[in-house]
Design a protein around this ligand. Structure first.
Ligand code: SAM
Length: 212
């Protein structure tokens, strides 16, 4: 998702209470930001953030951090926070390639990846958020009992991701090629903006859960 550049979005983000500036300075200190020791769940590529805000509202005992590459997209999430503030959520504008610079080993309990960019060219495979290179990064920040949950409507990306889970030496804890008709995996499902759009077009939604 890359919205038209919104003039002033970088400045608006820089001054926002919910957006963490210089997140690498918080490495190892995230619990202080939230003022409690609740587990931290993150979403990488959160877009406008509805999924994460819904989770945060439903689970006050979990802290959520949304990561998004583009300020114009993140700004939409911040505007929603002004309307309905939540204290168990924060946002970071960054490219997740450097995610190991901002979290220590064991600081994160769950990673959500929803409708991640497919990067269809083979030479860009390592940019996919479910590539073995990203699983190696997740290994460095995730608690041993933590997991990655990934949803997409892109069959090629899903097949690639299953292969990468195996290559990375991770375990598949759940897998469906039709989430919305899978009685077990649909439990507690929260639709993302993209999920709503693609499922309304009749596309099946794929989901996997992976852990070590
Ligand atoms: N997760 C949302 C949803 O399901 O509605 C948005 C999906 S959108 C297709 C993917 C989002 O991931 C975009 O907003 C994009 O900017 C962001 N993104 C892609 N690669 C990223 C990266 N390496 N680091 C941070 N954000 C990234």
């Amino acid at each position: 998702m890359r919205l038209r550049n919104i003039p002033g979005s970088r400045e608006a983000i820089a001054e926002n209470h919910w957006c963490i500036q210089e997140p690498e300075h918080q490495k190892g200190n995230w619990h202080q930001i939230f003022g409690n020791n609740h587990p931290i769940h993150i979403e990488i590529g959160m877009g406008k953030g509805r999924f994460l805000m819904t989770l945060a509202r439903e689970n006050p005992n979990i802290n959520y951090i949304g990561i998004e590459k583009y300020s114009s997209v993140l700004l939409r999430a911040l505007q929603k926070m002004e309307e309905a503030p939540l204290e168990n959520i924060r946002f970071i504008r960054m490219d997740a390639e450097t995610i190991t610079d901002i979290f220590l080993q064991d600081e994160v309990t769950k990673i959500y990846l929803n409708f991640s960019d497919p990067w269809p060219k083979d030479r860009h495979a390592k940019r996919r958020l479910t590539s073995r290179q990203f699983f190696a990064r997740y290994h460095l920040i995730l608690q041993q009992e933590g997991c990655v949950e990934f949803k997409t409507d892109n069959q090629d990306l899903f097949d690639f991701s299953l292969e990468e889970v195996r290559e990375a030496g991770w375990r598949l804890d759940g897998c469906t090629r039709d989430l919305h008709h899978d009685e077990k995996m649909i439990q507690g499902n929260i639709m993302t903006e993209y999920e709503e759009r693609f499922s309304s077009m009749g596309n099946p939604i794929y989901k996997l859960i992976a852990s070590r």
